[in-house]
Design a protein around this ligand. Sequence first.
Ligand SMILES: *Cc1c(COP(=O)(O)O)cnc(C)c1O
Length: 427
Amino acid sequence: MNLENTLTFAQQQDQQDPLSAYQDLFHQPVINNKAVLYFTGNSLGLSPKAAKSYVNAELDEWAKWGVEGHFHATNPWVSYHEILTPASAMIVGAKESEVVCMNSLTTNLHLLFVSFYRPTKQRYKIISEAKMFPSDRYLLETQAQHHGFEPDDAIIEVAPREGEHLIREEDILATIAAHGDQVALVFFGGVNYFTGQLFDMKKLTDAAHQVGALAGFDLAHAAGNIPLNLHDWNVDFAAWCTYKYLNGSAGNVGAIFVHERHGENTEIPRFGGWWGHNKERRFLMENQFEPMNGAEGWQLSNAPVMGMAILKSSLDIFQEVGMEKLRTKSIKLTAFLEFVFNNVIELFPDINLEIITPADSNQRGCQLSVKLEGTDKRFFQALTDAGVIADFREPNVIRLAPTPLYNSFEDVYRFGQILTNLLTSWK
Ligand SMILES: *Cc1c(COP(=O)(O)O)cnc(C)c1O
């Protein structure tokens, strides 16, 4: 299709967009009395308008029942996490028994490492991406140390080649093969938070299994962004947060995936808590932890219902739309942003802005990362002042994530206009 950087074209796209009505299901932020262009769904998703009524319903149940709400609320709290499972399973391409919402992302990764990073003297290395999200890097360092290994020895980072921004898949595969039977785990972000590069999780999983290692993924930037197929890809485990593309609200409950071949093995070592115990016998208060089958067997604590109610309001929207339609729009919307962006910066040959995210839509989600060469954070600040909410990552990258649920083609067009005005006056 021929793209055009015009308001008419953008509005036509919005009219033809089957998801355009969903924008109205979300509160659009107004900052300094001005509606902003919100491109940070990769950092904190917007608030579904329905969230309040979902939470109020649970507050009413609490007021009405007190502790009895655990059994008598409309959605009984003892099993509240279960109502989040069908949508979560759909979003990551899993069986319902393979996912559960619990705790938060970094906590969950540590718990999963307890089960799936059990290094030996011979097999202890973790292959991962350079420039990981810091929390993931700290996870790897402290897990390695916890098992008595030096992080620099145990963590093998695959980095972009000199002068490149993206990690070549062939380099990842070669690194896994090179370390062979020393590899305990291949651990990557599904989509890299910094560059927006999407990794082929099936290929990495196959490569890990080939050398006798396991494969785990942090899906913070993948869940709700791209369709996933964790079960069929044979991924061993994964975890994600729900406050980015899944609009679950700041710091809300995370989620895990454990492939059923592990989930059905209740012999796998883990840290236990009462919510992971055989639910028929949970309230008998006996000794002797007996883990449930499936991902639920990794739960520790009873469900934080109020936060989960917010998440439910968003997951209901995902379930209604489905990942296919979201992805179809997302590919178009991001391609339009890329087009508009490149169209604008062509007019300013002296200014060095470059998209470092892969140009191939099969290798990215909705996010585009823009490198500012020769300018600095002031440029980002000016963009913010002009009403664009994006985010800045040191040393010099702006991330823009138009999300298909609540961003429009017109948003993208307007961003291009703001960018043009800014560059015209930029020194
Ligand atoms: C957002 C994000 C986190 C944040 O972890 P929390 O434990 O939820 O604070 C971790 N890793 C990645 C890759 C992220 O994108």
